[in-house]
Design a protein around this ligand. Structure first.
Ligand code: 1HE
Length: 291
């Protein structure tokens, strides 16, 4: 291969350290933040767990410590947990980013901060079990970004959805520009950010912000009921849904059909799937009921 200069050879001694630092992430590392576990509780109730934002005096605004604690609570979920409910203490689900921490950040810190939200919210969205968000009151800014990383959203009648970033002179940074348009479309999100439009519960649900609309005060009970139902599914099917559907949605149809066939084959070959199908054929498994 004499005479051919490959890319690695172009790395001079002088810039070698910089390249190495970037490759190993030394310079681009997300700074470690001590998780504030007192403000994010977890409760294990059999096959489901409830993760709760416990910062009602600040309307559950997400500080760095709260976001790190959300990450840790999910990371430490026991294997017995088959579905999670996420809830917020007090009158509001979540008022978004803790704005008091924003004022001192420079551009590079802003980048790391946004990437830290991406890392944690992506880890929970593509984690091991489905998450049901129990929404009430404000679901705004980063609160909507957190909710949109969940798999099911239940909104009670007090819920309102907004993206006030536009009016604060900032931008979404917790994955909202990727996830919210998938729920409601890019132009609805653009309207929310450009004009400060607020969607109340009924209209929000009708455009796809949440899948369920319940009376005031009933979001948590409904979310628990759904999580308990989800926890009864074969874990492999839940996993295939969480990890397969969003990816298939982004694949060309031909690739999607192939991915679907692979998932179908893997899921149906599990002993649990065979037992469930046999139970239906024996007349002991559940029928589909209209109500
Ligand atoms: C906060 C925050 C916060 C409340 N950061 N401290 N999010 C927002 O722009 C929404 C800002 N919050 C609000 O519009 C309102 O607080 C609510 C509609 C959510 C609730 O109103 P209310 O009347 O019940 O409460 P409040 O009196 O406004 O707030 C109570 C306290 O919480 C008060 O502090 P206190 O020390 O005076 O008692 C507020 O300052 C505090 N508080 N919300 C910090 N967000 C990854 S990028 C994501 C980008 C974003 O999320 S931007 C959108 C931020």
């Amino acid at each position: 291969m004499h005479g051919v200069i490959s890319a690695p050879q172009l790395v001079t001694k002088h810039n070698f350290i910089n390249v190495l630092q970037i490759r190993i992430g030394h310079k681009l590392q997300i700074p470690y933040t001590q998780p504030n576990l007192a403000e994010v509780s977890v409760e294990h109730l059999g096959a489901i767990s409830i993760v709760r934002l416990c910062r009602p005096k600040k309307r559950n605004a997400i500080s760095d410590g709260v976001m790190a604690a959300i990450g840790q609570r999910f990371e430490e979920m026991p294997a017995s947990t088959r579905a999670v409910v996420i809830d917020g203490e007090g009158d509001h689900f979540c008022a978004g980013l803790d704005l008091s921490e924003l004022k001192d950040r420079d551009a590079s810190e802003g980048l790391y901060h946004s990437r830290s939200w991406h890392k944690i919210l992506t880890a929970i969205e593509f984690g091991s079990v489905p998450i049901v968000a129990a929404l009430h009151g404000a679901v705004v800014g980063g609160g909507l970004e957190l909710a949109s990383a969940c798999h099911i959203r239940v909104a009670d009648d007090t819920t309102f959805f907004a993206l006030p970033e536009g009016s604060r002179g900032i931008f979404v940074g917790g994955g909202g520009s990727v996830r919210v348009p998938k729920l409601v479309g890019a132009h609805r999100m653009m309207d929310m950010m450009l004009t400060g439009r607020v969607y109340k519960a009924a209209e929000g649900v009708s455009i796809g912000m949440a899948q369920y609309h319940v009376p005031a005060g009933q979001a948590l009970a409904k979310a628990i009921e759904l999580a308990e139902r989800i926890a009864q599914n074969a874990p492999l099917t839940n996993y295939a849904l969480m990890h397969g559907l969003p990816r298939i949605a982004e694949q060309p149809a031909d690739h999607g059909f192939f991915t679907e066939a692979m998932l179908a084959a893997i899921a149906q070959s599990a002993p649990e799937a065979k037992a469930r199908v046999r139970a239906f054929l024996d007349g002991t498994g559940p029928k589909v009921k209209a109500d």
